[in-house]
Write a protein that binds this ligand. Structure first.
Ligand code: HEM
Length: 191
């Protein structure tokens, strides 16, 4: 929601997509369902872009090598603890060549890159045997909740706060959080 408020163009594009694709299907019903959310490419691109720039688990929990192995010319000795910096991978300019620090969901439109552990440049849920078992649930729920928030309300910052000046500091912990919680005022949606 913070990125959508900071990037009004992205918010407007999402609202357009919801209006175009969902409104004819729900005709007056307040809820968007899972099947509807799945057919919205821009909504799903926003979720991927958010998980790229703001992965809730920024450092994967350490895993211990059960035996020595070679990986990309590195020797990982048996017993070594490996941790993966998902936050840094998501902003690595050698991987994301199109302005990696900018919130730009368009980079995922027409791209096959996904977070289901097939593309190692986007691994917010980890990968392999100990990958997050909550991924399928989250992949369904996050777009659904976001679509419901944007579909049902117009959101504004209180007290004429300038969106460009929103504090984006993050607080490190088991899950990365926004240091200052986002405060928004819901207004009745126009559609
Ligand atoms: C945006 C939502 C979520 C993100 C980004 C996330 C991310 C992660 C990550 C990165 C790991 C560590 C993977 C690794 O060790 O390589 C993990 C583990 C785990 N997650 Fe999630 N998670 C999310 C939601 C959930 C939900 C909704 C559940 C439960 C319903 C869940 C349950 C677990 C469990 C039980 C583990 C430990 C798995 C193991 O060690 O075998 N997660 N998650």
């Amino acid at each position: 929601m913070t990125e959508l408020i900071r990037n009004r163009g992205v918010m407007n594009k999402l609202r357009e997509e919801l209006k175009r694709e969902v409104l004819p299907l729900i005709s007056g019903k307040p809820l968007i369902d899972e099947a509807m959310a799945a057919r919205l490419p821009y909504l799903n691109a926003i979720v991927k872009e958010t998980l790229r720039l703001h992965p809730p688990v920024s450092l994967l929990p350490p895993h211990r090598a059960s035996e020595s192995c070679e990986l990309l010319n590195y020797t990982i000795p048996e017993g070594a603890y490996i941790t993966v910096n998902v936050w840094a991978i998501g902003r690595d300019p050698t991987v994301w060549d199109d302005d990696p620090g900018t919130f730009k969901p368009e980079r995922f439109i027409g791209s096959k890159t996904d977070f289901r552990a097939q593309h190692f440049e986007l691994v917010p849920f980890g990968g392999g045997r100990r990958m997050c078992p909550g991924m399928p649930l989250s992949a369904r729920l996050i777009p659904l909740v976001l679509a419901a928030l944007v579909r049902n309300f117009d959101w504004c910052l209180p007290n004429e706060v300038d969106p460009a000046k929103l504090d984006m500091s993050e607080k490190f912990g088991l899950a990365l959080q926004k240091e200052l919680p986002l405060r928004l005022i819901p207004r009745q949606s126009l559609f």
